[in-house]
Structure formats: C-alpha cells, structure tokens
Ligand binder design. Structure first.
Ligand code: PGA
Length: 230
C-alpha cells in the first residue's frame, strides 16, 4: 500500500523535523512493501532521512527564472526531491489552475522524470448527477496527461470528501476505482478524502485501492503512523 501525507499549509520547518523524528520511531514496524510519501510545505523541504520519500506539494514548471513566489527544479534539486503532487483540487480551485496549466505542469515534470501523484476529483454537484456524470468529469481531468507515463500514481479525491470528515462510501470508492483503473491502464490508484485511522482498514481493503492520500489525519505523526501500521 501507498500512504501519502499532504500537510498543505500546515506545519513549520521545526514541527516537520519533530514529526519526522516521531514517525521514524514507528516506521521500523511497517511492511517492507508499503511506501510512505510526505509532502510538507515548501519552507520545510529538506533531505530528511528515513523510510519515506519527501515530495513537493507544488512547483513551477521551470528550472529557475523570474516566477515570483514560486519554486522550480533548481530549488528541489538542492534536497534531491523528485516527487510532486499535481492537479490537487485546492490548486485547481483556489489557485485557478486550469486543466491546460495542470497538463503543462505534468508534461514538464514528466520530462524531468519526477514521480507524479496526479490528483483528480469531482465536486458534489457532479456526484449528485450520478456515476456517468462523475466519470465524464474525471476523464476530462486526464486531458493533456500522458497516461502511459510509468512514473505516475493517480489519486482519486472526491472534493466533497476532502477535509469534511465525510469519506466516500465503500460502494462509491469501489465503483469509481474499478472504472478508473481501466482508464489509467492499471496504474497505482490512491483514494483521498477524509481517510483516517477509523476508516483506513475499510478503504485499503477495497479492490482497486492501492493506498491513500491523507490531509487532516496525516498532520499528527501518531495518527498517520497508526494508518500505516494498521
Ligand atoms: P483530507 O485531505 O484527508 O483532509 O480530506 C485529503 C487531501 O486533500 O489530499
């Protein structure tokens, strides 16, 4: 299973160090085949040691240059970071990242041979229209994305389940993942949206779920390690 922690705009450099120290004490007990990713805010990026991979929540598709407020490959290289989240619904919504921008970013980081966790997800009003509308919406989020890229993981995160405490049901995850797996040629597929210690077993037991992308419940090292070790 894959366990990815997305800190979003939480934690500082100091608290990330403490978090990693606490997590490292637990990770010795994890199954060798389980993979852990941590996405701290960019001010806390570093080359931490442990049985996990550090990734960036975002970067600008350039090595360096005049992109005020952004970081590029040069800043990531300093810490050996080769993993990135692309297409998260919060960036699509709050940072106005259109599908065109998201696809451009994907192509750039694909060329840099980054591991890409590519996020897709539908809003509630689409989910309410039924399964066909959901699939149509999700497939549109693959426009311009090379689904043959071997170094990609897809994360399905229904927007209405993110940060709400209300995860999608087993039935919703199961049917959506089954359909998505065909579209993405069986690439690893994570579920995200209110995954937590209380529902992790249920979620990771669903066929077609290869792991989870966790926001809120990943902020505490104890809670995240409970999920990994469950
Ligand atoms: P959540 O966030 O676990 O707080 O719902 C998930 C995500 O946005 O990746």
């Amino acid at each position: 299973m894959i366990f990815a922690a997305n800190f979003k705009t939480n934690h500082t450099r100091r608290s990330t160090e403490l978090y990693i120290e606490a997590l490292n004490k637990k990770l010795g007990a994890k199954k060798a085949e389980d993979k852990v990713y941590i996405f701290p805010p960019s001010t806390a990026l570093d080359d931490y040691e442990g049985e996990f991979t550090i990734g960036t929540q975002n970067a600008y598709p350039a090595h360096n240059g005049a992109y005020t407020g952004e970081i590029g490959v040069e800043q990531l290289d300093e810490f050996g970071i080769k993993t990135i989240l692309i297409g998260h619904s919060e960036r699509r919504e709050y940072m106005a990242e259109t599908q065109e921008k998201v696809a451009k970013k994907f192509t750039f980081f694909q060329e840099q041979e980054f591991k890409i966790i590519y996020c897709i997800g539908e809003p509630l009003k689409i989910r309410e229209k039924g399964f066909e509308a959901v699939m149509q919406y999700l497939i549109a989020q693959f426009e311009g994305i090379d689904l043959e890229y071997e170094n990609m993981i897809v994360a399905y995160e229904p927007i209405w389940a993110i940060g709400t405490g209300r995860s999608a049901t087993v039935e919703e995850i199961s049917t959506t993942h089954r359909a998505l797996k065909k579209v993405i040629n069986n690439k690893p597929l994570l579920y995200g949206g209110s995954a937590k210690p209380a529902n992790i077993k249920e979620i990771t037991s669903i066929a077609g779920v290869d792991g989870v992308l966790v926001g809120s419940a990943s902020l505490d090292a104890e809670s995240f390690s409970q999920m990994i070790l469950s």
